[in-house]
Design a protein around this ligand. Structure first.
Ligand code: ADP
Length: 227
């Protein structure tokens, strides 16, 4: 079976050829198998956001290749990249970025409608996802009426709304206090395991990293396995 995500010899240079040139990634390799949950641990400024953006087709590498689901996506045009990102990749950020004027449920239904799902099916899936992370009873609340941990649980569900093959998360619980972070991370792992997703999750928290299948460290522009 092919890797859900494969990054091969990824290099990223910002301001190439200019005096302030910054070489962030220097030949980073990652391969994630179906169902694997992989931690990405890196000191601040090491390039983990850059790497996640390249993996999620939000940015292009200076050189190297990106495969998702066995398909080489490196040279796709903008339109195909956007289509592929929408259908295959879910993103979670440190801040939830939910739409404030819509309820928790609507925040998970809307991306499905935009992707061609019917109302009833979209609502059923949204409720199933909310139930998995323990916030179904908050489905009619707007983000401002939810706690930080609840907001982030809803954001997890939104990332999975269109059943992506790959989840990319950048410090998904970094904005929460340690106790809440621990519980909310548990909800994320339940969601990932129950949906059979593959995930690459960047975190500074080594306790959380240890709960994943493998740990990769990003340092000096390359990836080294640590577990
Ligand atoms: P991390 O997520 O690990 O903190 P980033 O990927 O955000 O690191 O950034 C890695 C390095 O690349 C930093 O030195 C940052 O200043 C630099 N960088 C990020 N984005 C840009 C950009 N658009 N232009 C120039 N330098 C950038």
């Amino acid at each position: 079976m092919s890797e859900v995500l494969k990054l091969e010899r990824i290099e990223k240079i910002y301001n190439r050829g200019e005096p302030g040139e910054v070489s962030v990634l220097k030949g980073a390799d990652i391969a994630i198998q179906p169902g694997e949950v992989v931690a990405l641990v890196a000191p601040s400024g090491a390039g983990k956001s850059t790497l996640l953006h390249i993996a999620g087709l939000l940015d292009t590498p200076t050189s190297g290749r990106v495969w998702i689901g066995g398909e080489d996506l490196t040279d796709l045009g903008d339109k195909r990249r956007t289509q592929t990102r929408r259908s295959k990749v879910g993103f979670i950020y440190q801040f939830h970025h939910l739409l404030p004027e819509f309820t928790a449920l609507e925040n998970i239904v809307l991306p499905q409608l935009a992707n061609g799902a019917g109302q009833a099916a979209a609502k059923d899936r949204a409720m199933m996802l909310l139930d998995t992370v323990g916030v179904a009873h908050r489905s009619d609340h707007r983000p401002a009426e939810l706690s930080g941990g609840e907001q982030q649980r809803v954001a997890f569900c939104r990332a999975l709304a269109n059943a992506p093959a790959l989840l990319l998360a950048d410090e998904p619980t970094g904005n929460l206090d340690p106790e809440t972070s621990d519980r909310v991370f548990g909800a994320l792992m339940t969601l990932v395991r129950e949906t059979g997703l593959s995930a690459l999750i960047a975190t500074h928290n080594l306790d959380l990293a240890a709960r994943m299948d493998r740990i990769l460290a990003l340092d000096s522009g390359v990836i080294t396995p640590t577990k």
